[in-house]
Ligand binder design. Sequence first.
Ligand code: NAD
Ligand code: WQD
Length: 344
Amino acid sequence: MKERILVTGGTGYIGSHTVVELQNAGYEVVIVDNLSNSNADVVDNIEQVSGIRPAFEKLDCLDMAGLDAVFAKYQGIKAIIHFAASKAVGESVQKPLLYYRNNLGSLINLLELMPKHGVEGIVFSSSCTVYGQPDQLPVTEEAPIKKAESPYGNTKQINEEIIRDDVASGAPIQAILLRYFNPIGAHPSALLGELPNGVPQNLVPYLTQTAIGIREKLSVFGDDYNTPDGSCIRDFINVVDLAKAHVVAIGRMLEGKQAEKVEVFNIGTGRGVSVLELIHGFEKATGVKLNYQIVGRRAGDIEQVWANPERANKVLGWKAETSLEDTLRSAWNWQLKLRERGIQ
Ligand code: NAD
Ligand code: WQD
């Protein structure tokens, strides 16, 4: 058994896939999640996929004493992967203080406790949202950080700065900031996936819910952008590929291979795919015809963004591997499984 890793938000969408990949790589995982956006039965599904039941503590990362007790109970935690956060862009505009409190407070608590418990490093879930609309594409990690479009996006920028400032002050820790592009898809077992709360705001959950008949029609937000087919362009990254990036980041950190105490990596495919291309790709991959209509632009949308993932490819030795077709099929299989289980 390799080192013990604390995964906050480990029953969530990206967290649950990452726990499985960590276990597959031999790490021992302790999950902390307050279940504000996930269910406890995800722990059962993780066990079913990996054959190993992770330790699970239902706890809010804002609860400093509770976190302290978790570190004391599970001695020797070597690193943290910090997924726990509120992540709905629209909701963050309505409830900014909730977002600032949750996303900043959780990180600060962890950073304060790390030295006390000898935790060496933290991998932080950042986002391509920090780039806004980049001046140059594909976007590299050196691109300037643009003013955030939402309180949610701002929490990612501030959290990156908090980590940098803490390390610069001499805190005995290392950090890896992973800037995810657009994670989509589900585990090939269809036992893990994204479980949106209420009406999905993100493209792929809305698309699969439309395909299965929960939603009548998918609205495509704009076909008058300055892109080849007029719809927005994103870098859609398979969630299992994304999960694997965390495992290599943890390995790099714990093997003392970091060149700097804070490293940042884009985690994307390097390929831009338009919203309309994605829709047609889904139809082709699954044979399911999608009911969609073009509507007006959505406020705050970035026209086009995709990653230059070369640094992650070269330095981490990580590369997105799964085809878009397989990824979209996995999202569809997950949606079918949800119906089978009577969930959605
Ligand atoms: P998710 O909502 O599925 O998972 C987050 C988990 O954290 C949930 O299980 C939730 O219950 C838990 N949580 C939230 N606040 C908590 C708290 N205070 N204490 C304990 N648990 C708490 O989201 P996800 O899509 O898996 O995202 C994981 C991380 O990746 C987030 O930090 C998110 O901002 C970031 N991210 C996500 C995307 C995306 O498109 N999904 C893109 C870039 C970055
Ligand atoms: C993708 C494209 C929409 C829904 C958001 C956050 C970002 C990051 C990932 C966390 C856009 C279009 C969508 C629909 C549509 N999260 N769309 N019809 O906006 O790229 O990024 O999630 O860090 O911070 O902002 O993702 O999936 O919402 O949209 O046409 O019903 O699909 O306009 O072009 P986005 P998304």
